[in-house]
Design a protein around this ligand. Structure first.
Ligand code: BG6
Length: 797
């Protein structure tokens, strides 16, 4: 220890102060709070004030306290810093000045700085705490270590606490961690495993400061206290959409080294907005004061999130950003960043409550205003006969109906809970929420404030103060558990990966953004409402696509070829399939469609699901061209793809859906189970002449089609209609329609997309009928028609 004499004096002073605070009543124990990074920015701005608030709330109750500000700064500097911070602390308005001065004096005496670096320092700290407790004749209740330090310092500190600074038996340890908690699923997992080596799950409190924002912290209590009114409203039957928004005017200047690695999705959406989303979407536990059940319900909400596609997001970057990165990180003039500073993301939940309801998450820097809110907009199913001048806020069902948890800033300037008067009069705890006074002229979400029952906190509290109190009370549901953290990264990482090379739309910043960043959605896709404008400055990446595209018609292997840009190609193929379906239903009463798996058909499924209202789904039978030998619920299953991207959005009768029987008797593709024969019999029984109306195929880079791979011993010729095959890549076992069955179809469409297919496309254009080498070359319907659909990249390279 560097200054033993000085520390002893401090200990004695603290003990005196402690005793002074004991008052007559008996204490349940002593709590030591160790703030690591006590001289940092976060500590200066929020944490010391939060600790003081804790003291204000708890002083004279059941516990005694000591506060240790720790950092690597020299003792002298640290002490000076802390003295200054402590001097600046303030009390809430409702504490009388005398009382405030008295409590502040006590808090100052209970707080001290200490240099904390080596394991010896940690050992000494532990001894000092023990001595202090003993001197005061107290019992140790617990220790809180608040990590307000960068993540690279976590492991060392954690090791030191674990080995030298745990409290003795009967007392608890709580460590508080600040984000970032990893960069993606893998790094979050590594960090979690590392920390898990030092601390038990119940000891870790990962802070998401949005969970401490008063309006956010009120979401569950509000849902709980208004169960009766909300029971009938909180679902897809009534909610039109949910908006979860955090707009900022500041930009990332001064912190681009952090920001460049993270970007807005990792910085805000993955954590703050997702946490809020789960609070809105989760099933409400019977007892919301049970942390455990809140956390379990939250985890279930994570599991119901539907996977995101690249098209689920729009990205932007304020125009000055790249220049700021160049300047702050000494990058060359040619450097252009792809980091998004703005993102809108469309999220859906796959559960009965929320199926089909769009959850819009949006955040950005350098926008026109600073504001955060969650807005639940309800459908309006009423028609009002009288002129709208006669509509009365609390009676008319024709006025918009919304509930808003207003997180802060914006026009209102404070947190609030707003409920449209035509919904219901909500109940809020009167000791902590009060009615918001009239603000004539103020309009929110398109309506005058007077249209809402509006409440604001009786006493506004900073998020950190709220969270510090919850740490003290062991309310784990206000923090991010390892399971929830990994579930969130599991949800966001695939989207982040798919967007890694996406060029964000540049925006000028502030009010000048105009409508440039407005977006809209259709199905699962999100688009900017305005087409890509002229580039503001030359950006990286490919030039915008030509808008005046053409669909090219030609021949390929002597059959018709249709080629276009991907979007138009998919649109054309979807139109052709619909036309074929309509014709088949008109002639035969049914349409038998066999679909392939893989990634190419996904946009086609989405197109069919969202744009083809005239499709005769009720008379369509859906068959699988091939399947991987995995359970049907496995994400790798072709059927699962079909289910996710098409079936759940359209109305095909259940008995018309024919997944391949790859999973019989609890095993996968066992010969003895005769799955292939069963499927063949089903086809023979239902499809006239076993002749599908349309078979959709793809072409692999090795020339495979369906699950018929080069040199396949079965399925390329012979009598069998359906065969078990082997793939060179995982999962190795497959089931597939055979070439002879495919060639009985009335129409076969082969969809080939992407540059990776360029080589095989060239090769196959030259080869003859050689299915052993290139199974695709064996596709030649005996009396039906073959049409190739290739995008420009596959066809022209
Ligand atoms: C932080 C982000 O978590 O939240 C910042 O890292 C962002 O980029 C901040 O500015 C916003 O928090 P608040 O409390 O100001 O809304």
């Amino acid at each position: 220890m560097r200054h033993p004499g000085c520390w002893k004096m401090l200990t004695v002073a603290m003990c005196m102060a402690l005793l002074g605070c004991l008052q007559a009543q008996e204490l349940r124990g002593h709590v030591s709070v160790i703030l690591l990074g006590a001289t940092g920015d976060l500590a200066r701005k929020y944490l010391w004030q939060g600790l003081f608030q804790l003291y204000l709330d708890e002083a004279g109750k059941d516990y005694s306290f000591s506060f240790h500000g720790a950092a690597l700064t020299s003792t002298k500097q640290g002490q000076a810093f802390i003295a200054k911070v402590l001097e600046s602390l303030s009390c809430p308005e409702d504490v009388a000045p005398d009382r405030c001065a008295e409590l502040k004096g006590q808090f100052q005496r209970l707080s001290a700085y200490r240099h904390l670096a080596t394991s010896e320092d940690y050992m000494a700290l532990s001894k000092d705490i023990e001595a202090q407790v003993q001197h005061g004749g107290l019992r140790e209740a617990g220790r809180i270590f608040y990590f307000s330090v960068p993540p690279f310092a976590y492991a060392d500190i954690a090791r030191n606490i674990n080995s030298s600074c745990r409290p003795g038996p009967g007392a608890w340890l709580r460590v508080v961690l600040e984000k970032p908690f990893g960069h993606d699923h893998l790094s979050a997992q590594q960090l979690a495993t590392e920390l898990g080596g030092f601390f038990r799950e119940e000891e870790m409190y990962r802070v998401d400061h949005y969970l401490g924002k008063q309006a956010v912290a009120q979401i569950l209590p509000f849902r709980d206290q208004n169960r009766k009114a909300l029971d009938g409203l909180w679902s897809r039957h009534h909610v039109e959409r949910v908006e979860i928004i955090m707009k900022e005017t500041v930009d990332a200047e001064g912190r681009t080294s952090f920001y460049e690695e993270y970007g807005v999705i990792r910085d805000v959406l993955q954590n703050h907005l997702t946490e809020v989303l789960t609070l809105v979407a989760m099933e409400l536990p019977h007892n919301i004061s049970s942390s455990e059940s809140v956390l379990q319900h939250k985890l279930r909400a994570f599991r119901a999130l539907r996977g995101l596609q690249k098209g689920s997001a729009v990205l932007g970057q304020y125009q000055a950003y790249s220049e700021q990165v160049r300047r702050e990180q000494q990058k060359p003039d040619s450097f252009r960043s792809l980091t998004p500073t703005f993102a809108g993301v469309l999220v859906h939940m796959d559960n009965l409550r929320w199926e089909g309801v769009p959850f819009i998450l949006m955040s950005g820097k350098a926008l026109d205003e600073r504001v955060g809110y969650v807005r639940i907009l309800f459908r309006n199913q009423a028609y009002c006969v009288q002129n709208d001048e006669h509509w009365v806020a609390d009676q008319s069902q024709c006025l918009p109906r919304q509930i808003v948890f207003y997180i802060g800033h914006g026009e209102l300037g404070s947190p609030a809970v707003l409920v449209s008067r035509n919904l219901f009069r909500p109940s809020l705890p009167s000791e902590s929420w009060k009615g918001l006074g009239a603000r004539p002229g103020l309009r929110l979400f398109g309506r005058p404030l007077s249209d809402f029952y509006a409440y604001r906190p009786v006493r506004e509290q900073d998020a950190y103060s709220v969270l510090i109190s919850r740490i003290f009370h062991g309310r784990k549901d206000s923090f991010v558990t390892t399971e929830n953290l990994l579930a969130s990264w599991g949800f966001w990482t695939p989207l982040l990966d798919s967007l890694a090379h996406e060029v964000p739309r540049l925006y000028p910043g502030g009010a000048e953004n105009g409508h440039l960043l407005d977006f809209e959605f259709s199905g699962a896709q999100l688009y900017f409402s305005q087409r890509q404008p002229e580039r503001l400055v030359p950006g990286p990446g490919p030039a915008p696509m030509p808008s005046g595209f053409q669909v090219l018609k030609a021949k390929y292997r002597e059959s018709p070829l249709i080629s276009a840009w991907p979007e138009e190609l998919i649109a054309k193929l979807a139109d052709d399939i619909e036309a074929t379906a309509v014709r088949a239903v008109r002639r035969f009463g049914t349409f038998h469609l066999a679909l392939s798996g893989g990634s190419s058909p996904v946009p086609l499924f989405q197109q069919l699901a969202t744009r083809h209202y005239g499709f005769p789904w009720a008379h369509t039978h859906l068959w699988l061209v091939d399947e991987r030998c995995v359970p049907l619920w496995d994400p790798e299953s072709n059927f699962q793809h079909l289910q996710t991207h098409l079936l759940q959005h359209v109305r095909v009768p259940y008995y018309n859906i024919h997944p391949m029987p790859v999973h019989l008797h609890q095993r996968l593709c066992a010969e003895e189970d005769q799955g292939a024969q069963t499927y063949a019999s089903e086809i023979s029984a239902l499809v006239a002449n076993s002749s599908f109306d349309l078979v959709l195929l793809g072409m692999g880079a090795d020339g495979h089609t369906a699950s018929l791979f080069p040199q396949s011993p079965s399925g390329l010729d012979g009598e069998q209609l359906v065969v078990l095959t082997e793939s060179p890549s995982r999962p190795f076992q497959r089931m597939s329609l055979s070439l002879p069955l495919i060639n009985r179809a009335r129409k076969v469409a082969v969809l080939v997309m992407g540059r990776v297919k360029r080589e095989i496309t060239m090769l196959v254009s030259r080869v003859g009928h050689e299915p052993k080498k290139w199974p695709i070359s064996g596709v030649l319907p005996s009396s039906g028609q073959l049409v190739w659909y290739m995008d420009y990249e596959a066809f022209l390279g």
